[in-house]
Ligand binder design. Structure first.
Ligand SMILES: C[S@@+](CC[C@H](N)C(=O)[O-])C[C@H]1O[C@@H](n2cnc3c(N)ncnc32)[C@H](O)[C@@H]1O
Length: 235
């Protein structure tokens, strides 16, 4: 792997979670899902397993499969000591069927249509998908638009994404903005790692500068965009 990738992994290691998200947003999904997921749940792109832990605390009988492509995150997930099956793999190709496929902050790697198509065949009858995706929620400022045009050019509007979920043959059951708390918890951990790792190497400082640019945009422009947590089922 490259030096830049190693620096990236070091900066993003030891965090409570690897992307914006919150316990409450996931508990909300579990509360709305009818019937609630009582069997197998996939935590797709589980990172270090924060949401698998929330799922198991809420519903201890669940059979959780957590998949992530980074071995370091899967090791961290296993270190939580949960009764869950954490594996290195591709979130598009899980084995078997699920009552719920949950995916926080990773749909953008492939795009909405690709993940829904891949997951549809892995849903049991009454099975649902729930995922968070970052969307424009207000009139974007030039600064926010320019930053995200580079970081995530395919970022859609909230209504645009809703329409695409339905066009992909799914019914939206709920769509709740994540809100600031879900970003602050994630960025607070990153800020600590930045303080600890700044100056370690030129490569690390470049990776840190990119992350600081993202946080700086968030500090001024949050509200123009947010993650929205969707719960949906095949129509
Ligand atoms: C923003 S992080 C979110 C992690 C976790 N869901 C959370 O919220 O803490 C995105 C995760 O997607 C994983 N990832 C990216 N592409 C993947 C793929 N094709 N299959 C599985 N995991 C993938 C990354 O390794 C990373 O852990």
């Amino acid at each position: 792997m490259s030096e830049a990738f190693d620096a990236f992994m070091e900066l993003y290691s030891g965090l409570p979670r690897e992307g914006p998200g919150s316990v409450n947003s996931l508990l909300n999904v579990l509360e709305i899902a009818d019937p609630p997921p009582l069997g197998r749940v996939l935590d797709a792109a589980c990172g270090s397993g924060a949401d698998s832990e929330t799922l198991l605390r809420a519903l201890p009988g669940l059979e959780i499969v957590g998949i992530d492509k980074q071995e370091a995150f899967i090791s961290a997930a296993k270190a939580r000591g949960l009764k869950a099956d954490f594996r290195v793999g591709d979130m598009l190709w899980p084995e078997g069927g699920f009552d719920l496929i949950w995916c926080a902050g990773a749909v953008y790697f492939f795009g909405l249509e690709t993940v829904l198509e891949a997951w549809r065949g892995h849903l049991f009858p009454h099975g649902k998908v729930a995922f968070s995706e970052v969307v424009w929620r207000g009139q974007p400022s030039a600064e926010a638009r320019d930053f995200w045009a580079e970081a995530y050019p395919a970022m859609d509007t909230e209504s645009g994404l809703h329409t695409r979920i339905e066009a992909a043959g799914f019914k939206v059951i709920s769509a709740e903005p994540l809100g600031q708390a879900g970003w602050n918890g994630y960025y607070d951990g990153l800020r600590k790692n930045i303080t600890r790792l700044k100056g370690k190497s030129a490569v690390m400082d470049r990776v840190i500068a990119e992350t600081q640019a993202e946080i700086a945009i968030y500090e001024v422009h949050f509200g123009e965009y947010d993650y929205v947590v969707y719960l949906a089922e095949p129509a």
